[in-house]
Design a binder for this molecule. Structure first.
Ligand code: UD1
Length: 422
């Protein structure tokens, strides 16, 4: 299995292009199941998670064509040939649970594996099922699979989520596009991913209002049609690379990044003493010779501080001046990176959902590994600021969500390379 070797090499300088958003693209791909006409997605990131979902969609009867080196994807679900999403794929990629809504809405039946546990928490899907039931589906759990049926089709309803779930909001939204009548989704997710999905569905003929607010209204239509849609930039990749010059020093422009998608992170970085500004082409981050100050962070649904940036921010706080308190409110087990950062010399104390980080003057390189995507990348960031070599193993996590990470960071002066095999 490949590893990534990082050596602290001082300040970074240059530009990094930001790719299309993985989490958004996965949901957009699922929307292709709603129509028998082709959905063309552009600005598609080249990541293994995207390949995994493409394989699942193909197994359901979708033709998947890729053009321009994989940046353009044409999905044609002329006919659904299978309504069953297999455990083997869903357990690897939780976002694939979101074929439930589209399959059910179009076919009146969906059999989707329960995703099972995950490194960062239990990650239940009860809200997804509640939403489908509200829309008139009958749900049965059998052999680890959700069997959802609605032979007469779905019907509009009011769905009120007790707390914000991005995945459940998006499953409800896609299903409601083909339901009879009006659906109102309350306490809906406001994530840019959800807004982009709504935009794509609207381009396919759906009638949606309120995306980006806590209440989304969907007027069901009889059928959706094909469309061409550009995937928004990846705000988590953007946030990750914003932290790179903050931790290593220097000045980097994130080309194609949108500051409005990471405003909570930007505010915390500024509070820590890092300069963040908008440029005509993206976002610029600059840290002068001085270090950063410790600041506290609590993760929250958008527009709050993203849980997907908590690990990277913790890496930054490891060498900050003072003590920071990082609270994780979305997932119950999302500090797996802390013990690895401690191996690099960090001073971190974890109690339940709160990590207290006491800044140290310097981290030291070490062999480390992580159990999820964002934890893995936090170790690479830490390696950029550490003395000596850091070898991050289990790189397959990184390849799920970061396109050519070693090339992108090398281009701004980092000493980082992929070590094959082992
Ligand atoms: C979450 C993040 C999203 C991130 C993604 C990938 C939030 C609110 N969501 O989305 O920003 O991009 O992970 O890492 O930050 N839950 C239930 N029952 C359900 C569904 C969810 O109890 O049926 C719980 C989850 O366990 C979690 C919380 O609700 O504690 C939010 O989960 P949700 O937003 O659904 O997760 P993802 O869609 O994976």
């Amino acid at each position: 299995m490949d590893s990534i070797l990082v050596k602290g090499n001082g300040a970074l300088s240059g530009r990094i292009p930001i790719s299309g958003a993985k989490n958004t693209c996965l949901k957009l791909m699922g929307a292709a199941l709603l129509t028998d006409e082709p959905l063309t997605l552009t600005n598609v990131p080249r990541l293994t998670d995207i390949d995994t979902l493409a394989t699942l969609l193909q197994s359901l009867g979708t033709e998947v064509a890729r053009l321009q080196d994989g940046r353009v994807m044409i999905l044609s679900a002329r006919q659904i040939t299978d309504r069953r999403a297999d455990y083997e794929i869903v357990r690897k990629l939780r976002a694939s649970f979101n074929v439930l809504g589209p399959l059910l809405a179009r076919e009146g039946e969906a059999i989707v594996s329960l995703p099972g546990g995950c490194a960062i928490g239990a990650r239940k899907v009860d809200l997804h099922m509640m939403a489908m039931e509200k829309l008139g589906a009958t749900i049965e759990l059998r052999d680890g699979y959700v069997h959802a049926t609605a032979p007469q089709g779905l019907r509009g309803t009011v769905i009120e989520f007790p707390f914000v779930s991005v995945g459940a909001t998006e499953n409800a939204l896609t299903a409601a596009t083909l339901a009879r009548g009006t659906t109102v989704i309350r306490n809906a997710a406001r994530e840019p991913d959800t807004v982009d999905l709504a935009r794509c569905l609207s381009a396919m003929g759906a009638r949606i209002e309120g995306a980006g607010t806590s209440e989304i209204t969907v007027e069901g239509v009889d059928r959706l049609h094909g469309a061409t849609h550009r995937v928004i930039p990846d705000r988590i990749e953007l946030g990750t690379f914003m932290i790179a010059p903050a931790i290593a020093g220097g000045e980097v422009e994130l080309v194609g990044g949108r500051l409005d998608m990471v405003s909570a992170l930007a505010a915390k970085m500024e509070e820590a003493g890092v300069e963040v500004s908008e440029t005509p082409g993206g976002v610029k981050v600059r840290r002068n010779g001085n270090g950063v100050r410790a600041v506290d962070v609590t993760t929250a649904p958008f527009p709050g501080f993203a849980t997907d940036l908590q690990a990277q921010f913790m890496a930054l706080m490891c060498t900050a001046q003072g003590m920071s308190r990082l609270e994780e409110t979305i997932f119950e087990n999302r500090f797996m990176h802390a013990p690895e950062l401690i191996r690099m010399g960090a001073d971190i104390d974890v109690h339940g959902g709160v990590a207290t980080v006491k800044g140290v003057p310097k981290l030291r390189g070490a062999p480390v590994m992580a159990t999820d995507l964002r934890a893995s990348v936090s170790l690479i960031l830490a390696g950029l600021a550490a003395e000596g070599e850091t070898l991050v193993s289990r790189v397959y996590h990184l390849d799920r969500g970061y396109e050519r990470i070693e090339e992108k960071l090398s281009a701004v002066g980092a000493l980082i390379e992929r070590v094959r095999g082992g």
